[in-house]
Design a protein around this ligand. Structure first.
Ligand code: SF4
Ligand code: MG
Length: 346
């Protein structure tokens, strides 16, 4: 498979009143063309900061090390203008809260036409523009295209929604509108930050199904950001599990569910609600203080398997199977048989 995005050794630090917070501590992951992958972890684990780094939404000073290579080009080396041009045309994002991501004083149609105009202008070179060789699209063309897109996201009265203000729409409708806006520019890469979490479970499932179909049809690569491993299982082919600013386990989705290794991943799996019990188990404790993180394994304070080594030696990621990587001392130089026995003994 061809690599689309490669995040290498990303480090992000924030200055806080309590000192420097190391919120991203060496994150590595890859996304292939046409692939849907997920970045999973609890609120505050650094998922959104990782996304903001990719989107160029953090002050440059906060990214202290690393590379974000998109189609062979390190995005961190681009100027703001170059990066801005790439964002939107190549990379699009669906935000987690439809109400705050839509402009309340503009109609849906006005917001969509803005996107189409901005995109059209960037596609014309100055000379073409002056010679007027390229037929500039009229507002009527834009309107038609926008309404088509609203129909594509299965909005049944696209003309009416086109003329509506966000506040006049239901939450599910607003989420569909956001998807339509994100896909208007025909991006190659889409970041979906907790899409549907603001909705009820049934509507969320419908929105995720729809998004899945749309990106499949367009061969768009997608990075889903979610705190919910159950959602990640539904929507992604590959899962990166994140804890306290580090990726602690990576595997193809089926493999991760068949053979979860890291104690944190196993805890997350137990907290997925099941039909029989209604609620899941969950993991005790909290994320560590980023201004004073544990010296070695950042999960040590919450881990039922922690040994003295865990607070002394950093557990670097190691391969336990093809495409399966885990950062935990339980997997240090052990045969697969032993580690499965160890986990089975819980
Ligand atoms: Fe637990 Fe140690 Fe593995 Fe960290 S390295 S997850 S503390 S067993
Ligand atoms: Mg978030």
């Amino acid at each position: 498979a061809e690599t689309l995005l490669e995040v290498r050794n990303l480090h992000v630090q924030f200055d806080t009143y309590d000192g420097v917070a190391e919120v991203i501590n060496g994150v590595d992951f890859t996304l292939n063309r046409g692939e849907t992958a997920a970045l999973v972890g609890e609120t505050g684990c650094g998922k959104s900061v990782t996304v903001k780094s990719i989107m160029g939404l953090l002050p440059a000073a906060e990214i202290t090390a690393g590379e974000i290579i998109y189609k062979g080009q390190d995005l961190l080396e681009l100027s703001d203008a170059e990066r801005h041009a790439r964002r939107g045309r190549e990379i699009s994002m669906i935000m987690q809260d439809p109400m705050t991501s839509l402009n309340p004083v503009l109609t849906v149609g006005e917001q969509m036409i803005d996107v189409l105009k901005w995109q059209g202008e960037r596609r014309l070179s100055v000379t073409d523009w002056l010679r007027d060789k390229v037929s500039r699209r009229s507002d009527a063309d834009h309107r038609e295209r926008a309404i088509e897109m609203l129909a594509d996201v299965e909005i049944s009265a696209p003309e009416r929604v086109f003329s509506s203000y966000p506040v006049e729409l239901s939450g599910g409708m607003r989420q569909r509108v956001l998807i339509a806006i994100a896909l208007l520019s025909e991006p190659n890469f889409l970041i979906a930050d907790e899409p549907g979490t603001a909705l009820d479970v049934t509507t969320e499932a419908k929105v995720l199904d729809l998004l899945d179909e749309l990106v499949e049809d367009r061969n768009t690569s997608v990075l889903y950001i979610t705190h919910d491993l159950g959602v990640a299982r539904e929507v992604s082919e590959f899962i990166n599990v994140m804890y306290a600013g580090e990726i602690i386990e990576q595997a193809p989705t089926a493999e991760l569910f068949a053979d979860p290794e890291h104690p944190y991943t196993r805890g997350l799996l137990e907290s997925i609600p099941t039909l029989s019990s209604g609620i899941g188990g969950g993991i005790e404790g909290h994320l560590p203080d980023y201004t004073d993180p544990p010296a070695a394994c950042r999960f040590a304070e919450r881990c039922p398997h922690a040994e003295s080594k865990c607070s002394e030696v950093v557990p670097y990621p190691r391969k336990t199977a093809d495409d399966h990587t885990v950062a935990c001392h339980l997997f240090d130089g052990e045969a697969a048989h032993d580690r499965h026995q160890k986990l089975a003994q819980e």
